[in-house]
Write a protein that binds this ligand. Structure first.
Ligand SMILES: *Cc1c(COP(=O)(O)O)cnc(C)c1O
Length: 367
């Protein structure tokens, strides 16, 4: 007897397409039989992992036969004191993706609408679709969030609004004044998820003190990650800061051991390694100048970015340029799936990596 498993799946899951991750270095090397590949495709930290974290991880190995601390006590304490909140307001996740999904699954069901901007981070439509809720995609303004249009689009059905600041893949940034005014205008029964995965790269003077806003807006939740500026993408650890009540709800659904022991340890040590963080931000700033100077010289349009990546217009089919770059051993990210078929996103690397990209793009576009 045959069995149509696809028909058996939840409707939301049937319509899902799997997440397209950046191509791994080993995969391209295997496919093309080349070495020395440069990956600038997943907004990873080009400095790798900090030496202090490496040492701490080695001493943690002996503990791996034990389950992790299900509450992540020490990491939450450290984050709470850093952020000026209570431990009970922190929710840890297997990357902030895990937390974003937890938040959506806690509040959204199939009868609701979830709002996000055109060209916004792909996890928002994915999780909305998985739940079977209705996406409300608000057209972008200059590639970024159009907050006025978003406020105007809120309806009785709107249950959650996702905002990435800076946004990925466009790198666009909303000023703290605009953002705060928007959050103040959102009805209190609509959850606002403010995804600040790239917060550490934003100049201190521009950065919003969004965690302070939690006192005034109990419907707000802020997410951050150790995957980018802290250089721990492979370990998977991120977190949210919210009211203690909201964290309590998320904790009901959270898998008890969603953050592994190595990730907990690494994140604790990384939080104290200010030197590495500053170096990461400084390398990013230099690399951003290197790449945007090149784009300007070559009159390649790019979207000004506040993150650790830049999205630029290839002036032709982006996937063709992406493929040609692969053959030069450089992996970037096509973003046709974000409604930007002619653009590519390049993560900022070390200056040598950026030069490899610049040389490869110059040859591919025959500049
Ligand atoms: C990279 C990224 C994340 C974080 O991913 P992790 O799961 O923490 O690795 C979240 N939001 C945005 C917008 C991102 O670009």
């Amino acid at each position: 007897m045959s069995c149509d498993l696809i028909a058996l799946a939840n409707a939301g899951i049937r319509g899902l397409h799997p997440y397209q991750a950046g191509k791994p270095v080993s995969e391209l090397e295997r496919e093309l039989g080349i070495s020395n590949v440069v990956k600038l495709a997943s907004n990873e930290n080009p400095l790798g992992i900090s030496d202090k974290v490496k040492q701490a991880l080695v001493s943690e190995f002996t503990e791996l036969s034990r389950y992790p601390d299900a509450n992540g006590f020490y990491l939450k304490e450290k984050l709470a004191s850093r952020l000026g909140v209570e431990s009970a307001q922190i929710t840890l996740g297997n990357g902030s993706n895990d937390v974003l999904e937890l938040i959506a699954r806690t509040f959204v069901s199939a009868e609701h609408e979830v709002m996000f901007a055109e060209h916004a981070f792909v996890v928002y439509p994915l999780v909305t679709q998985a739940i079977g809720a209705k996406p409300c995609v608000v057209p972008a303004k200059a590639y970024g969030h159009d907050l006025d249009a978003m406020a105007a689009a809120i309806s009785d059905k709107t249950k959650m609004i996702f905002i990435a600041n800076p946004n990925n893949p466009t790198g666009t940034f909303l000023s703290k004044e605009c953002l705060k005014a928007f959050i103040a205008a959102v009805p209190k029964d609509v959850i606002v998820v403010l995804d600040e995965a790239y917060d550490e790269y934003v100049d201190a003077s521009d950065r919003a003190n969004s965690v302070e806003w939690l006192n005034d807006y109990p419907n707000l939740v802020v997410t951050r990650t150790f995957s980018k500026a802290y250089g721990l993408a492979g370990l998977r650890v991120g977190y949210s800061v919210s009211s203690a009540d909201m964290a309590g709800l998320l904790n009901r659904l959270r898998q008890p051991f969603n953050v592994n022991s190595l990730a907990l340890k690494a994140a604790e040590v990384a939080l104290d390694d200010n030197e590495f963080l500053h170096e990461s931000v400084s390398v990013n700033r230099q690399g951003m100048t290197q790449l945007t100077d090149f784009f300007r010289q070559q009159q390649i349009n790019f979207i000004p970015s506040w993150g650790n990546f830049v999205t630029f217009d290839t002036g032709r089919n982006g996937t063709d340029v992406y493929d040609a770059l692969l053959h030069q051993g450089v992996i970037v990210r096509p973003i046709g799936g974000y409604g930007l078929p002619n653009h590519l996103r390049v993560s900022i690397g070390t200056s040598e990596e950026n030069n490899r990209f610049i040389d490869a793009l110059t040859s591919v576009l025959s500049l």
